[in-house]
Design a protein. Structure first.
Length: 119
């Protein structure tokens, strides 16, 4: 069974940092573009960042650009989202998703990890 598992969420104070990781079970992430999404209470899910399968192309939402960094590890077994200068507006459930080559849709999704920014 193909699964994605997120980790690294938690409670952090405003201005703090967290590092989320996305790992695959049952397949390798190497040939997939990976996206990070988030959904805050009462809001629609929004795209946060994505990275191409080769790792050379990344994109960020305007709300996180300059604060978040997406990366793949050298073995391409995980995709990480380093989040700095967190604000309460970043509070959400964060999900990673895998986009197969040639597919228009993110076919695989993780269960999500909660990020709470509060003092």
């Amino acid at each position: 069974q193909l699964q994605l598992v997120e980790s690294g969420g938690g409670l952090v104070q405003p201005g703090g940092s967290l590092r989320l990781s996305c790992a695959a079970s049952g397949f390798t992430l190497e040939y997939y573009a990976i996206g990070w999404f988030r959904q805050a209470p009462g809001k629609e899910r929004e795209g946060v960042s994505c990275i191409a399968s080769g790792g050379g192309t990344t994109n960020y939402a305007d709300s996180v650009r300059g604060r978040f960094t997406i990366s793949r590890d050298n073995a391409k077994t995980t995709v990480n989202l380093q989040m700095n200068s967190l604000t309460p507006e970043d509070t959400a459930v964060f999900y990673c998703a895998a986009l197969p080559l040639g597919s228009p849709n993110y076919d695989y999704w993780g269960q999500g990890t909660q990020v709470t920014v509060a003092s």
